[in-house]
Design a protein around this ligand. Structure first.
Ligand code: HEC
Length: 157
């Protein structure tokens, strides 16, 4: 019993100690999505989908839930956002070449077709981010059309 109590105390101490290590937040109030929006011109319904289901991880601004203030959850979220942004950062659309843009859209089409995105871990807690078949169709239509901007034409489907 004594050992259990000691263990519990130790765990509590560790839990308190890790709270001092806060990852930097991914927050940017500016109009960082303007060039992506201007260039790819998503219709209103697609804009809503992107806002609700993608920007938290694939842009320079995350709307954090309250529990992001608790380590190790904060570390886990931070890791996901960083990882997501290395694959696709819509706030830095300007920094991609035409070929890269074309490729990003191709990947986007793939992950939507295969229902890989938004990540399941995310939709467990953000129910509103789940995509219906209709919403998937809307985003695919926009992405396929937009892809023609960048040279290689629409994917054979
Ligand atoms: C909870 C965070 C999160 C959300 C929300 C999210 N993604 Fe991702 N996304 C990731 C992570 C992490 C990766 C990189 C690892 C992987 O591919 O699973 C990724 C990778 C991708 C990739 C690159 C795939 C590849 O083959 O390299 C695309 C494209 C993508 N996401 C599109 C989207 C779109 C579109 C949405 C919204 C419908 C979305 N994501 C929502 C976290 C997220």
């Amino acid at each position: 019993m004594k050992v259990m109590k000691k263990m519990a105390k130790l765990l509590l101490l560790v839990f308190i100690a890790i709270q001092f290590f806060r990852p930097e937040k991914n927050i940017n109030q500016g109009n960082h999505l303007a060039s992506f929006i201007n260039e790819t011109n998503p219709p209103e319904n697609v804009k809503t989908i992107l806002t609700r289901s993608c920007y938290d991880c694939h842009s320079n601004n995350t709307e954090y839930p309250w529990y992001n203030n608790i380590a190790p959850v904060s570390w886990w979220l931070s890791f996901h956002v960083k990882d997501a942004k290395t694959h696709l950062n819509l706030s830095e659309w300007d920094n991609y070449s035409e070929r890269q843009k074309d490729h990003k859209l191709e990947e986007l089409i793939e992950v939507i077709e295969e229902a890989e995105m938004p990540l399941k871990e995310y939709t467990w807690v953000h129910q509103e981010a789940r995509l219906s078949a209709e919403q998937r169709e809307a985003i695919l239509e926009w992405a396929t059309l937009t892809k023609t901007l960048y040279g290689l034409g629409p994917l054979p489907r």
